[in-house]
Design a protein around this ligand. Sequence first.
Ligand SMILES: [Cu+2]
Length: 168
Amino acid sequence: MKAFTLFLVLAIAATLAPSILAKEFLVGDSTGWTINYDYESWAKGKEFHVGDKLVFKYPKGIHNVIRVDNATAYEKCLVTTETEALSSGNDVITLTTPGKTWYICGVIRHCAEGEQKIAIEVLPKKLSSGSGPSPSTTSASKGSSFAPTHHDGWMIAIFGILVMIIIV
Ligand SMILES: [Cu+2]
């Protein structure tokens, strides 16, 4: 009976593990996505990894979120027409590529005068010590906005051990 309970708990842990591993960042915390907020300070000290999510929250219709593809566009708040703006008011962006990434608000003057912009450095996905990095997986997920979340075996193992300590 005890073994079955343990199995159940481990199964649940394995299911929950990806959501624990992939972090969700609420941009601006409780302030959300707005003008006159220091997003540079907000991003400072945070570690963003591939697979993590950025959540932009704002009243729908007031702001939007546009990804710009270089530092100059970010500095000068240049919006290219081919970039589609996210405007749901609760925009979730999954970070798929390591490197620098920039987002600005495309509503007139919000970026230029209200500093409504954010630049972040995306670090590669945390590697699991068990299976090691798989180059084929990395290249397969490139170019597609869909990033499957991979399980980190060791995290599940640690979780399992913790559960066993609690149960026994
Ligand atoms: Cu705005």
